[in-house]
Design a protein around this ligand. Structure first.
Ligand SMILES: NC(=O)c1ccc[n+]([C@@H]2O[C@H](COP(=O)([O-])OP(=O)(O)OC[C@H]3O[C@@H](n4cnc5c(N)ncnc54)[C@H](O)[C@@H]3O)[C@@H](O)[C@H]2O)c1
Length: 324
């Protein structure tokens, strides 16, 4: 008799047991390459705006090879102060595309943080100078920890980490915990690689503060009206996006596109195009990666996390939908 089918449930602690940043970097690279080659499916994410709660929900479906799934995730920047909850939380449903059986339901909060960090690490690997001496982190919240971890996974321990936050205590705490220095936003912006992860709606990083060869990972702008970089930076840099529809709607470029100070024709291409060799990057000049976060990154990583959990016997198996 065949084994009864079961749905694997993975809590955040379960995901943490099998999570590995190097694996996340590989998963995200696979996702970007599949997107550029057109071998995966990813409809644009659907936003459910909640202005009365200062937040929003997003539904993010995708399929990649033998996995399909959807993430239900939010962004509520005031959550920490209002509810003592993270700004971003998520749930992932991973299904078998052949039978549609729900293979797993997992916490997607850690998954989101891992794949977002990994996306920046992959971008830095392909767009920044080869051996960065300094990496600046503007915004020292949840994402900054994973942005730092991804840069360690890609570049090792050889760089100095510079943490900045408008709440100086956060930058100091992260520097003490992860190693590095708490600095001003201006000093962090002068690093070889600069990662921004704030929910800002006006530019935080100024053009004048940047090194001529700097690579910036603009991670924070992932909804309409959000913006972290002075437009002059976009004008002078080779700007790579993750996906055109998402980036124009909600990425770093959304505000200058709408007010007419930046045009879509100025974009250099997608990160996926660089990874598969279709578009060359000028790595010793100014480059920007505008990340909105792809559903393909989630499905690629969810698939690996669930496989690792199954191999290690991590999680709980349930007869969720019944065998009928
Ligand atoms: N691109 C993606 O795929 C992706 C994925 C997840 C989250 N995000 C976005 O990234 C941003 C950060 O997420 P998080 O979970 O780290 O949030 P968080 O609330 O944990 O951290 C944000 C940090 O930014 C700091 N900050 C706010 N404004 C600042 C400013 N003007 N100058 C300096 N520091 C400032 C805050 O003090 C806080 O420490 C959010 O906008 C979120 O929506 C993007």
């Amino acid at each position: 008799m065949s084994q009864p089918r079961r749905t694997r449930i993975l809590t955040r602690a379960d995901v943490a047991r099998v999570a590995d940043m190097k694996d996340a970097v590989e998963a995200v690279t696979e996702a970007f390459a599949a997107q550029a080659k057109g071998t995966a499916q990813m409809p644009p994410k659907v936003y459910l705006d909640l202005p009365e709660h200062d937040g929003d929900f997003r539904a993010m479906p995708a399929s990649l090879g033998d996995a399909a799934g959807v993430k239900w995730v939010n962004s509520h920047p005031k959550n920490p102060e209002r509810f003592d909850l993270p700004s971003v939380m998520g749930v992932y449903v991973l299904s078998d595309p052949a039978s549609a059986y729900p293979a797993a339901i997992l916490d997607a909060t850690l998954l989101t943080a891992l794949r977002t960090g990994a996306a920046a690490g992959v971008a830095s690997k392909h767009l920044a100078i080869a051996s960065p001496k300094t990496v600046g982190f503007v915004g020292a919240g949840v994402q900054a920890r994973y942005l730092h971890g991804a840069h360690q996974a890609v570049f090792g321990d050889a760089f100095e980490a510079l943490f900045a936050d408008r709440d100086a205590a956060r930058a100091e705490a992260l520097a003490a915990e992860l190693g590095g220095r708490a600095v001003s936003v201006e000093e962090a912006s002068g690093a070889d690689i600069v990662c921004t992860s704030t929910p800002s709606r006006s530019p935080v990083v100024q053009r004048a503060w940047l090194a001529p060869h700097a690579h910036l990972n603009a991670m924070g702008a992932d909804a309409e009206g959000k913006q972290e970089l002075e437009v002059a930076i976009l004008k002078d840099a080779q700007v790579f996006i993750d996906e055109r529809e998402q980036a124009t709607h909600s990425g770093e470029i959304n505000v200058p596109l709408h007010d007419g100070t930046y045009a879509e024709s100025e974009l250099a291409g997608t990160l996926g195009q660089v990874i598969v060799g279709d578009v060359p990057a000028k790595r010793d000049g100014l480059t920007v990666f505008d990340s909105t976060g792809l559903a393909l990154q989630d499905v690629a990583l969810a698939k690996r996390l669930v496989a690792a959990a199954a191999a290690a016997g991590v999680g709980t198996e349930l007869d969720l939908v019944g065998e009928g």
